[in-house]
Design a protein around this ligand. Structure first.
Ligand SMILES: O=C(O)CCC(=O)C(=O)O
Length: 277
């Protein structure tokens, strides 16, 4: 079994069908490397200063990680809110919610000597499993070349169809997702995956963003990790993805009682006006 690799101009139905069938797919050449190069440049200093603070058995001890990238790299908007990617996410997530949000935005730089990460599902943060309901989708953007040797993401195609209790076994077919900056790997929250061992002599860097159904709690607290002024400087769509919007009419709405006035620069926050209802 493998995962499909589609050209950047493939249709959204073709791409989403591949992701739903195999649990993951690579779409090649959908963003300019000017964007990925700028994001990698913006990440250098935080990688080097705070990248080791997230070391753990799960994250590894030879891997640098930085979270809430929207607070670090303005250029990352070009990946986090990439228009074509959003069309694909619309097709995957909107059947189950009115709108979806960022769960996390994590830059990961795997250094030489790192070993395979434990294969896992991202959606285990949500304590429910409903057949046919995907709670989140992840999008991995390589910022350097991903190769089999340097730790390209490992996945088990078809594992999204396993029962929840089923863990990876030694004889499961693990494949890797080699790709170059400009491409993106999409995988479902229920797909078994993990970072690979880096047996090369150079780091492998990527930005992985997760998107969760809008009625679920976000994995990383976006409100506390991205300063208000930074959020206000983003386009409305990005504000909404960060979480400054209600889900439908009643979940997370902004009550205008007690003379409350929503901040004018936070467009998403004003989505529903209870007093006019
Ligand atoms: O770095 C990768 O390729 C995947 C990382 C991952 O799955 C995770 O840290 O949850």
């Amino acid at each position: 079994m493998t995962i499909e690799r589609l050209p950047g101009d493939a249709g959204v139905p073709e791409i989403t069908a591949a992701i739903l069938r195999d649990g993951a797919a690579i779409v090649d050449d959908i963003v300019s490397t000017d964007v990925t190069d700028q994001v990698l440049h913006d990440l250098r200093e935080p990688f080097d200063t705070v990248g080791r603070t997230t070391e753990s058995d799960f994250n590894g001890y030879t891997t640098l990680r930085v979270n809430s990238i929207l607070d670090i790299s303005r250029a990352s908007v070009g990946l986090v809110a990439h228009a074509r990617m959003l069309e694909i996410l619309d097709a995957l997530l909107l059947p189950h919610c009115k709108d979806y949000r960022i769960g996390s935005c994590t830059a990961i730089e795997i250094h030489p000597g790192e070993t395979d990460q434990l294969l896992h599902r991202d959606d285990t943060i949500y304590p429910i499993v409903l057949p046919g309901l995907e709670t989140q989708v992840s999008v991995m953007w390589p910022l350097t070349d991903f190769t089999e040797e340097n730790g390209a993401t490992r996945l088990i195609p078809g594992s999204h169809r396993w029962m929840e209790e089923r863990l990876a076994r030694d004889d499961d077919p693990v494949i890797q997702a080699p790709m170059s900056p400009g491409s993106a790997l999409f995988y479902l929250g229920s797909t078994m995956h993990g970072g690979g061992a880096n047996n090369s002599n150079a780091p492998r860097a990527g930005l992985v963003n997760t998107y969760a159904l809008g009625w679920l709690r976000q994995e990383v607290n976006q409100y506390l990790t991205i300063p208000r002024e930074t959020v206000a400087s983003f386009p409305e769509r990005v504000q909404r993805l960060i979480g400054y919007a209600g889900h439908g009419d009643f979940l997370g709405y902004y009550p205008r009682d007690k003379g409350r006035v929503p901040p004018a620069d936070m467009i998403g926050a004003t989505a529903f006006d209870w007093t006019n209802n």
